[in-house]
Ligand binder design. Structure first.
Ligand code: ARG
Ligand code: ZN
Ligand code: CA
Length: 321
């Protein structure tokens, strides 16, 4: 392993593509690109090496087969680093959210899914043993697409996801997580598609601009948690109350609760289902509480998200880039 590293390092050092002294003081526009390309002899040097050195040929073959076996952005610790495309539809300049705000939202997703959010310290001891901690899901921005619109209000009919209805077409939704930001959806903060929609034209998450990111966002949904919640759905998580009276979210470690919680409940909050009173996990991202009141996924929820991201899962396409 070490040997391979030193080998690669020395080859890179020896064959670095220099613009030689002739081209040094020329700008790119002065120098035709073909000439610049010709000045990189790395492959020629490699060909000589491989011709004369059987051991080098073997190392080369091993490297290439490892590259082919590698599942894209699955990190060394098993984390899946999801590539994100942000599609911005704006009428006002405030709706044309800045690159800085997009970076801020991605950082919030990364912290919440890693369990490194500052308010994770508020997880009650009762639930600390079943918190997800690091879900091993990460996000990185690959592209931002912006489009001006005259539309002042959007609905949940996916119009924002199609150029033919005034929206922006998704970028390869089987391999990229598409996130649309629109100016206004009335009382709706955001919505998501579940994994059965993986790769379809409408696959992804929509968020209304006032609830995207943190800086300047609208209270009490101003900590970027609408995205955390919607991405939870995108990765197969249900609402913690199971969308029915004392419903089932298909997660064993989230206590059954009668309905959604709102606002900023005080812990412990006891609720009764089928005659049993339980302390409910209202601080879960998949409840409806204020952004400041939600700060955890459970271990069972982590397992569900991981299941759709394995190499045979419905969202395995996100592992590629
Ligand atoms: N889809 C939910 C809604 O539109 C999102 C709730 C998110 N909750 C939050 N605290 N940000 O109401
Ligand atoms: Zn929801
Ligand atoms: Ca449950």
């Amino acid at each position: 392993m070490k040997k391979t590293f030193f080998y690669l390092f020395s080859v890179v050092a020896m064959t670095a593509c220099n613009n030689t002294s002739e081209t040094e003081n020329l700008t790119e526009s002065d120098q035709p690109i073909t000439t610049l390309r010709k000045s990189c002899p790395s492959e020629d040097i490699r060909a000589e090496l491989l011709k004369s050195d059987a051991a080098a040929r073997e190392r080369y073959a091993n490297i290439e087969s490892a590259v082919n076996a590698f599942q894209g952005k699955v990190l060394a610790d098993g984390s899946v680093d999801i590539p994100v495309v942000v599609n911005v539809l704006y009428k006002t300049s405030a709706e044309n959210i800045s690159d800085a705000k997009i970076a801020e939202q991605i950082a919030i997703l990364n912290a919440d899914f890693a369990g490194t959010n500052a308010d994770a310290s508020k997880i009650p001891t009762e639930f600390s043993g079943i918190k997800a901690g690091d879900t091993k899901v990460r996000f990185h921005l690959v592209k931002t697409v912006r489009k001006a619109t005259t539309k002042t209000k959007w609905g949940t009919n996916d119009a924002m996801k199609k150029a033919s209805s005034g929206g922006i077409d998704a970028t390869t939704p089987s391999s990229y997580f598409n996130l649309w930001v629109v100016g206004n959806m009335g009382g709706i903060l955001g919505y998501a598609t579940f994994p059965e929609s993986a790769g379809l034209w409408n696959d992804g998450v929509v968020i209304a601009a006032p609830y995207f990111g943190k800086t300047g966002a609208t209270a009490p949904y101003n900590l970027g948690r609408t995205a955390t919640h919607e991405v939870g759905h995108y990765l197969n998580l249900r609402h913690i109350w199971g969308d029915a009276a004392c419903g089932n979210d298909l997660v064993a470690d989230t206590p059954t609760q009668p309905s959604a919680n709102y606002g900023k409940p005080t812990y412990p909050l006891y609720k009764t289902c089928s005659g049993t009173s339980r302390s409910v996990m209202f601080m879960n991202y998949m409840d409806y509480v204020d952004d400041a009141a939600m700060f955890m996924f459970s271990a069972g929820q982590k397992t569900r998200t991981q299941a759709v991201l394995t190499s045979t899962g419905a969202r395995s396409g996100l592992r590629v880039y």
